[in-house]
Design a protein around this ligand. Structure first.
Ligand code: PGA
Ligand code: ZN
Length: 419
């Protein structure tokens, strides 16, 4: 079954910003649909998200040019291709774009097509997406990192750090892990309410209260884990994404919102070291800023044997930066976001690189999401590992968790949890 048509349209993401939905139709009527997410705390070297810049529409955030690039440039090139040749189709789009960062056609345009092609191919093979992309060995459900307190660029809270997550690593399976997380989230809500804090949520569905410090956020989470009846560290651990690039200014880490003052790289690492001793933290992502490569080396040397050091803004799912970080020992895990690099096959190449180096990897959503659960299937296809897809409220986050529940059920006794 060859590709018969490729069409894109402008839809809205979870922040109400325009994004793309792409529909790939095969001969015989099989279709694959995919939608593209969008980040707020983006890395400088991410593939380019093409926006119209026309201030008369959505404040310049429209994506009609990217839609036109799909309909007028990518579609004619893809009609007649075999959708199962994912790598070849992705390469064709990369060549048509012709830039190193997909600036010409837009990574949003290219990724939408890449994902919709994968879906259509899976359909044509009568396979669920995770089985099509991952084969018969795709039976591992990922361990979720669930973001229950939001700060930084994702909320108007008092927290400098962007994400405070819980990791139900002691659960026997994925559905139980999710239940542990929901119960802890609800316990945290009660605790916040009792202390007079707001329980409204940020972009990724975590609470966004005006706490007194980043430390208080950790204290409340540990309290919530216990209040829900779980053992901190054994049943449920913690993970952080400070997204430090967002508070790095003039060579300093400015913890302004929480009033913790300015710090250099070594002082930030010392701060994290103190927290690792005090709280059940197992993973720190973007603890330093994206261009602080020397800081990251020392950070990983100091903390890397105690916790997972995840690179996001500095690595941008790009094999080039991941290879450099492996060489320099600047991290020991990578965050994986399909839209940072812009095609399914390049994302798989980034994961292969992590695996070869013995690194961990975390499949991640963006703060601006849609109801498309593509990344849930993708995580299972890639062998489980870890997944980061927000809190346990807001439907664009829940769509991914619900899809994982569905996959777990479908796999039945064959389902495994974690690595
Ligand atoms: P973003 O945030 O999607 O706004 O970049 C997610 C993250 O930093 O991990
Ligand atoms: Zn991040």
């Amino acid at each position: 079954m060859r590709i018969q048509s490729v069409t894109a349209m402008e839809i809205l993401d979870s922040r109400g910003n325009p994004t793309l939905r792409v529909n790939v139709c095969l001969e015989g009527g099989v279709t694959g649909v995919a939608s593209v997410p969008s980040g707020a705390s983006t890395g400088e070297n991410e593939a380019v998200e093409l926006r119209d810049g026309d201030k008369q529409r959505y404040g310049g955030k429209g994506v009609l040019n990217a839609v036109a690039n799909v309909n007028d440039i990518l579609a004619p090139a893809l009609v007649g291709q075999d959708p199962r040749q994912q790598a070849r189709i992705d390469r064709l789009m990369i060549d048509l774009d012709g830039t190193p960062n997909k600036a010409e056609l837009g990574a949003n345009a290219i990724l939408g097509v890449s994902q919709a092609v994968a879906r259509a191919a899976a359909q044509s093979c009568n396979l669920p997406l995770y089985a099509y992309l991952g084969g018969v060995g795709a039976v591992h459900l990922p361990v979720p990192m669930i973001n229950i307190l939001n700060g930084g660029k994702h909320a108007d809270s008092s927290l400098d750090f962007q994400e405070f997550m819980i990791v139900p690593l002691g659960a026997p399976n994925f559905s139980e892990a999710l239940r542990y997380a929901v119960e802890t989230f609800n316990a945290l809500k009660c605790i916040l309410k009792a202390q007079g804090y707001a329980t409204s949520v940020g972009d990724e569905g975590g609470f966004a209260p005006q706490l007194k410090s980043n430390d208080e956020a950790c204290d409340l989470i540990v309290e919530a884990i216990s209040a829900a009846g779980y053992k901190p560290g054994t049943d449920i651990a913690m993970a952080l994404d400070p997204a430090a690039s967002s508070f790095y200014e003039d060579g300093k880490y400015r913890l302004t919102r929480s009033g913790q003052g300015d710090k250099n790289s070594a002082e930030m690492t010392a701060l994290y070291q103190g927290w690792i001793r005090k709280y059940p933290i197992i993973s720190i992502e973007d603890g330093l800023a994206e261009n602080d490569w020397s800081g990251f080396r020392e950070h990983t040397a100091a903390l890397g044997d105690q916790v997972q050091i995840v690179g996001d803004d500095n690595l941008v799912t790009n094999p080039r930066f991941i290879a450099r970080a492996i060489e320099e020992n600047s991290c020991n895990a990578a965050l994986i976001k399909l839209n940072q690099i812009g095609t399914v096959s390049e994302t798989i190449a980034a994961i292969h690189l992590c695996r070869k180096a013995g690194w961990g990897f975390v499949i991640s959503h963006r703060s601006g999401e849609t109801e498309d659960p593509f990344m849930a299937d993708f995580a299972v296809a890639m062998g489980g590992g870890q997944i980061k897809t927000g809190s346990v409220c807001r439907s664009e986050r829940i769509a991914k968790y619900n899809r994982l529940l569905e996959i777990e059920r479908e796999l039945g006794n064959a389902a495994a949890f974690g690595n």
